[in-house]
Ligand binder design. Sequence first.
Ligand SMILES: Cc1ncc(COP(=O)(O)O)c(C=O)c1O
Length: 396
Amino acid sequence: MVLCSVKCHTSSDETLPPEPIAGAAELFALDPAVAHLNHGSYGAVPLAVQRAQEQLRIEQERDPDAFLLEAPGRIAEVRRVIAAALGADPDGLALLTNVTEAVAVALDSIPFAAGDEILVTDHGYGVVTRAAERRAAECGATVRTLALPLDDEEDAVVAAVLAALRPRTRLAILDRITSPTARAVAIGPLVRALAERGVLTMVDAAHAPGMLPVEQEIGGADFWFGNLHKWAFAPRPTAVLAVRPEWRERIRPLTYSWEHEQGYPARVEWRGTADYTGWLAAPAGLALLEELGVERVRGHNDRLAGYGQRVLVELAGLSALPATPGVSMRAVRLPAGVAQDEPAAKALMAAVRDGIGARVAVRPWAGGGVLRISAQVYNRPEEYRLLAAGLARLLG
Ligand SMILES: Cc1ncc(COP(=O)(O)O)c(C=O)c1O
């Protein structure tokens, strides 16, 4: 059933949805009765990757001693595979569970002095900003939030951040792809300009691995972290922390472990007896992405997300937030008074789940509510039309 005036056939016309990637939906275990339009929050693990992890679990249970004794060596191999895929220096890269953990490790490693300032932006992820606030409070430092205009060009963003610096700004935390607003920030020039002014940089690239080419930027920031369980098809939880050479031996792991004397990165990765099978299966996710065609997947997702956003504007009357090319997510502004705080945003997500059968991310942002959609190879244009028609009903 065609629910809208937005055409759904395929052509090179940018306003139309992309050609579907044949057989892609069958690569996942997702419930077909649900419109999974929130890949950006938790990812979805392909069946082949689930099987790879299951094989590792079987291997582990056949001989737990051998498996765990050999695990540090195998983690080091996986680290090299991931570093090669991201274009990162393998000696600078550590595996961690998620960005929540990576930001804690990075913040803990910087010796802030009383009076220092950490600069964050209003597009930052809530938990990352709160982690900065907690660390700042411990050290007598402060956190200041810069409102970054949404529609600014690259140069304007650099200028806005530089203009916001104060003599005691020690660290700037910047998002590669913003979570509430689904916007890509050109990190390279920003990080270089901040380094020239002696300001440390931390890049929250939670969504970047798998979604964007990162090889030009990953070594630039003092600390750069990203999840592989979002767009690189890794089992949950798998993340990386990349640090510049001067920080590596100063990185403070969350816990002391038997790998401590090995130095960075092993000392950050090892947390005693734990389940490392997810990390060890991460290369299977990268291999699948490669098999599907990295550029093809990125192009498909960007274009489908753009289509989804247009449908939400045309069918549900929502306003589009500015988008940046190459991002597999888009955001729309909700009507005034809707999802203005966390409980209301959660209630709307539940209403979308129960009333429409769709999964989306809803967040309060800059005084109003914002709804974010994602696009992945398993999504179909009609799922966005279903969402838009449902939202038009739900929001009146
Ligand atoms: C920009 C950003 N930073 C950090 C995180 C936290 O990621 P995790 O829950 O895997 O630690 C997210 C999660 O969606 C995010 O979007």
